[in-house]
Unconditional design. Structure first.
Length: 198
């Protein structure tokens, strides 16, 4: 039994010694190889950390840039929508104003047309009255017509004589004062220049 224990302990001790020797042997033979492996591993780990950090920073920057871009696009879209709303409101306001202006134009056009009709009727009535007055002077005796025409304002007398038949006007003017006839003749000439008959 003691022999077995001794054999086992010796065999175990031999193994431990071999292990220690092999480790000591490897460390003695290849002392830089282990350090080289450690430095390569550290370098790879450092490179990984740097690349990972750079990727994180890049991702964060891209995320912020994307957020900024989205915010900018949303802001521009809001501005465009606000401008569209403003333009739509302005368009509606202009439509209302145009409708109001059109209604007023139609109203004023109708009023103007009515006024023109009234003025034409008045002018026609005045012409009729004036024609009646001219006929009255034409049927009067020449001496009486001459006296009454001489008493009228010169412009009115000129208008009446102008509308008379030339023979009747000549007979009536023959009974007038020569100075009055000269003045009326000058008035008739001026009247024709200012209001041509043709």
């Amino acid at each position: 039994m003691n022999k077995k224990r001794q054999t086992f302990s010796t065999s175990q001790g031999n193994q431990d010694n071999k292990c220690m020797e092999s480790w000591n042997f490897e460390s003695r033979i290849h002392p830089g190889k282990f350090n080289l492996c450690r430095s390569r591993t550290a370098y790879l780990l450092f490179s990984f950390c740097v690349v990972f950090s750079a990727l994180c920073l890049l991702f964060t920057a891209l995320s912020y840039a994307q957020d900024d871009t989205l915010a900018f696009i949303e802001k521009k879209q809001r501005e465009i929508k606000d401008k569209e709303n403003t333009l739509h409101q302005e368009e509606e306001r202009l439509k209302i104003l145009k409708k109001d202006v059109d209604e007023r134009m139609e109203k004023y056009t109708n009023l103007l047309s009515q006024l023109e009709n009234v003025l034409n009727k008045l002018e026609h009535l005045q012409d009729e009255k004036f024609e009646h007055v001219v006929k009255v002077y034409e049927v009067m005796p020449p001496e009486e017509a001459a006296t009454r025409l001489a008493a009228l304002p010169e412009l009115t007398a000129v208008k009446i004589i102008k509308k008379m038949k030339p023979k009747k006007a000549g007979v009536i003017m023959a009974y007038m004062d020569p100075q009055k006839v000269a003045s009326l003749t000058e008035g008739i000439t001026k009247f024709e220049k200012n209001f041509p008959t043709q």
